[in-house]
Design a protein around this ligand. Structure first.
Ligand code: ADP
Length: 265
């Protein structure tokens, strides 16, 4: 027996009439599922040979200083490309996991303040030279998946660091806005031209390809943010001025358990 997927759209008119629109989207859902499975399987299969290559490369790199200069350069190039491929596979697998579980309820009560403090510590260790400010005006919790939320916020923060000068500060702020938990990541970086903004969250979409690959991005960071936002019923807003900086905002529904403390924000 074939399980069918139906899309139902209900429009209610002012006069009281209701228009019910039902469409069979089974083929579309199935094709999408096949694409997801394919990407997930390929990424998984490529990991094993890559792990072997990286293992041998690591052993050879131990003696790289004794090699002639052209070999040293080649070895470093191979190492860089292998790490790039590893990051790409990691992001592809992560994206496919998020997509697979997107329709499921996210049950954990997540303490976003703790998550942001953990991320700040990670960034301080990785980039002690950079300024990352944390401004917490809302300590509410949200329902979700800690690892997914962490990956979304960290993608936004690492982008903010990547696309801004060394002395540019990055600010993460948490506030309560109209009953929603608002998390904003703001930078003083290169900014984004308005016409790119609608396409930014597409996989592999890049404003400046050469710059993005030299900064080590996979082109999947914002696609991950978009899917985590969708899985958590959140809205993603992007506001940017070329040459001035960007603000990426995530607006999450508040967990029902918080209602008592809402006035505190
Ligand atoms: P990447 O791995 O290339 O950074 P992302 O999906 O994270 O991929 O981002 C897509 C593109 O959006 C980037 O290549 C970059 O051009 C642009 N972008 C993302 N964040 C910022 C930012 N904070 N400032 C300027 N440009 C950004």
């Amino acid at each position: 027996q074939v399980r069918r997927h139906l899309q139902v759209i209900i429009t209610r008119f002012a006069e009281g009439d209701i228009l019910l629109f039902i469409r069979d989207v089974t083929d579309r859902v199935r094709t999408e599922q096949m694409r997801r499975d394919f990407v997930g399987n390929v990424s998984h299969e490529l990991r094993t040979p890559l792990t072997v290559i990286m293992g041998y490369l690591g052993t050879m790199l131990a003696g790289v200083d004794q090699m002639p200069a052209p070999y040293q350069r080649a070895m470093r190039q191979m190492e860089g490309q292998a790490v790039r491929m590893e990051n790409l596979l990691k992001d592809l697998l992560w994206l496919s996991r998020i997509e697979t579980t997107e329709g499921q309820q996210k049950h954990d009560l997540v303490d976003m303040t703790g998550l942001l403090e953990e991320l700040r510590e990670e960034v301080a260790n990785a980039h002690p030279e950079r300024t990352l400010r944390l401004q917490i005006d809302c300590r509410e919790k949200i329902r979700g998946d800690y690892r997914e939320l962490y990956s979304a916020v960290s993608n936004l923060v690492y982008n903010a660091l990547k696309y801004s000068p060394e002395d540019g500060a990055v600010t993460i702020s948490a506030s309560c806005e109209d009953g929603r938990y608002c998390l904003a990541v703001e930078d003083e970086g290169i900014g984004i031209d308005a016409h790119h903004i609608p396409r930014l969250t597409e996989r592999f979409y890049r404003v400046d390809d050469s710059r993005s690959s030299s900064t080590g991005g996979t082109g999947l960071g914002l696609a991950i943010v978009k899917h985590v936002a969708a899985a958590h019923g959140a809205q993603l807003n992007i506001d940017s001025t070329l040459g001035r900086g960007s603000t990426f905002k995530l607006l999450f529904p508040m967990a029902a358990e918080n209602t008592g403390d809402m006035q505190a924000c």
